[in-house]
Design a protein around this ligand. Structure first.
Ligand code: SF4
Length: 284
């Protein structure tokens, strides 16, 4: 069960994404996966490189499109465990439409967002997760837009699994990814993953001071959606832990009438030219 490969990450020293990589590798091993049973699909951004740093099937896709690709992989080969990953710009700006609809579709994919509240790869611009007043080269007078709250959006869209963690808390992060992998349906795990090079505001120390860990609330019930929304709002989105899980709602594949257990990758699809033409006509 070796999920490490020989590729040396070219993230900046201290980047939060290193811990996310380690947590995925540990979680995959802890739930008993073999490398050939896992696919990691990523978008564009510094965090998008992660698919190349894990010994599993991987695809470094295009900006904001990790989720359509990941869902296609899952449908084509249902025996694979599929992780989609990327940054907050990737998933909550250009990819937000896909994120919301993947959440409500509830296909069995684990989506890990490395949220550094800035665009790192393009050298430091304001992202949808940057705070109001945040100054970068794209908002030199400070951002005048509100900060997007992905957890509130996820709950509103009918998410069945919502979690948040911090890349410094490897134990919690690994545990949450394990739970996401085991969850039957779509799992959103937002990870505070500091960009040490371009974000000098949301630093490791800043997160340590502002995070509210759910461990402080032993009576917290993650099956209570209203309590989850309340906790997110009360903490200004800084809560970490398993925030919400709905085990009752069926996953996408369990609801499709006539759904074939075998994905395309496992089906015998030797089509004759006549069959192929007939199929094409159906889509005309
Ligand atoms: Fe990480 Fe920021 Fe460096 Fe990108 S620029 S690798 S996000 S520290």
């Amino acid at each position: 069960k070796e999920f490490r490969n020989n590729v040396k990450p070219n993230w900046c020293p201290g980047c939060g994404d290193f811990s996310v990589q380690a947590a995925i590798q540990r979680a995959a091993a802890n739930v008993g996966l073999e490398p050939e049973q896992l696919a990691v699909i990523s978008g564009i951004g510094c965090s998008g490189r992660i698919s190349g740093y894990i010994n599993a099937y991987g695809l470094h896709g295009i900006h904001g499109r990790s989720l359509p690709i990941a869902q296609g992989v899952k449908l084509a080969n249902r025996e694979l465990t599929v992780i989609a990953s990327g940054g907050d710009g990737d998933g909550f700006a250009i990819g937000m439409g896909h994120t919301v609809h993947a959440i409500r579709r509830n296909l069995d994919v684990t989506y890990i967002v490395m949220d550094n509240q800035i665009y790192g790869l393009t050298k430091g611009q304001t992202s949808p997760r940057s705070a109001e007043g945040f100054k970068t080269k794209s908002t030199p007078e400070g951002s005048i837009e509100t900060t997007l709250s992905p957890l509130e959006i996820a709950l509103s869209a009918g998410a069945t699994f919502v979690a948040q963690s911090f890349s410094s808390d490897l134990k919690q992060l690994t545990m949450l990814i394990e739970e996401g992998l085991k969850h039957k349906g779509f799992s959103l795990i937002n990870v505070f993953s500091p960009c040490v090079t371009f974000n000098k505001v949301n630093t490791y120390d800043w997160f340590k001071e502002n995070i509210v860990n759910l461990e402080q609330f032993p009576d917290y019930d993650p099956s209570n959606r209203i309590a989850a929304m309340t906790k997110i709002m009360e903490t200004n989105g800084m809560v970490t832990g398993l925030i919400y899980q709905n085990k009752a709602r069926k996953a996408y594949d369990e609801l499709i009438v006539g759904f074939k257990e075998e994905g395309l990758a496992k089906q015998d699809i030797q089509l004759s030219r006549a069959d192929f033409d007939k199929l094409l006509m159906e889509f005309k």
